[in-house]
Design a protein around this ligand. Structure first.
Ligand SMILES: [Zn+2]
Length: 247
């Protein structure tokens, strides 16, 4: 069973599913479904929020988070005194909060464009990143980063985004993925040895990374970004902050 449909189809907003397990008490129940569209978080992208709906009686539960547990996704329900949790065997519709997720997909894709530009133009390695809807940051080994360079980077990233580059998802056997030189820089060698397949995200002509998150299908869907700040995290390590131009 695939843990989440989101790994294959980032645009799937809802799915009908059967409850496989319910755990917890004191209101904060955890629910496992036989399939889900919820992204469980990881790679700097926060998990989805959304709802579970039971068509048989119209009852709904708010999902405040999700996480991966082995090969399954656990949905974390909002604590509630009045509400019984759903029961094992119930048929529910699992639906993510799409506006928030789509903003995360745009933000995540913008971070890949940033990563690709900084590597292509300055050969600086990315060491980490994080995001919230509409804003993100990435850390680079980038000793000579300056205010002038930041302006250049912003312009170059926006030029790539408006160029309308396709974003492709692929799943490769581990050996094949390790043979791609571009993937080494995203620390693919840190992946646990047990993983047999590597999921890659490619912004065609710009960036290729091993990655588990959700992204838009074309960079044009991101819009444009602003670099909102940069800071030193040591002599070599620098952090660049970006925000999507919203509105
Ligand atoms: Zn990504």
């Amino acid at each position: 069973m695939e843990p989440s449909i989101s790994y294959r189809d980032a645009y799937a907003r809802s799915v009908e599913a059967r409850v496989r397990a319910v755990e917890g008490s004191d209101g904060g129940h955890l629910v496992v479904l036989d399939q889900t569209v919820f992204y469980p978080g990881g790679g700097g992208q926060p998990p989805d929020r959304g709802v579970l709906l039971r068509a048989s009686d119209g009852r709904t539960w708010t999902v405040i988070g999700a996480r991966r547990l082995d090969s399954e996704v656990v949905h974390e329900l909002e604590p509630s005194d009045e509400h019984e949790p759903p029961a094992v065997g119930d048929v529910l519709t699992a639906e993510i909060e799409w506006s928030r997720r789509h903003l995360l997909m745009r933000t995540h894709t913008a971070l890949h464009a940033l990563c690709g530009v900084v590597w292509r133009d300055y050969a600086a390695l990315v060491t980490g990143g994080n995001m919230e809807p509409g804003v993100g940051r990435m850390d680079f080994e980038f000793e000579r980063l300056s205010g002038d360079l930041v302006d250049e980077i912003e312009a170059s990233v926006n030029a790539e985004l408006v160029a309308g580059r396709d974003v492709r998802v692929a799943v490769l056997p581990r050996d094949e993925a390790f043979a791609i030189p571009d993937l080494i820089r995203t620390k693919i060698n840190l992946l646990p040895p047990g993983i047999e397949e590597i999921r890659t995200i490619e912004i065609v002509g710009l960036d290729l990374q091993a990655d588990g998150g959700t992204h838009v299908a074309n960079t044009r869907e991101v819009g444009t970004i602003r670099v909102t700040g940069y800071e030193s995290k040591g002599r070599i390590n620098k952090r660049i902050r970006i925000a999507l131009d919203l509105g």
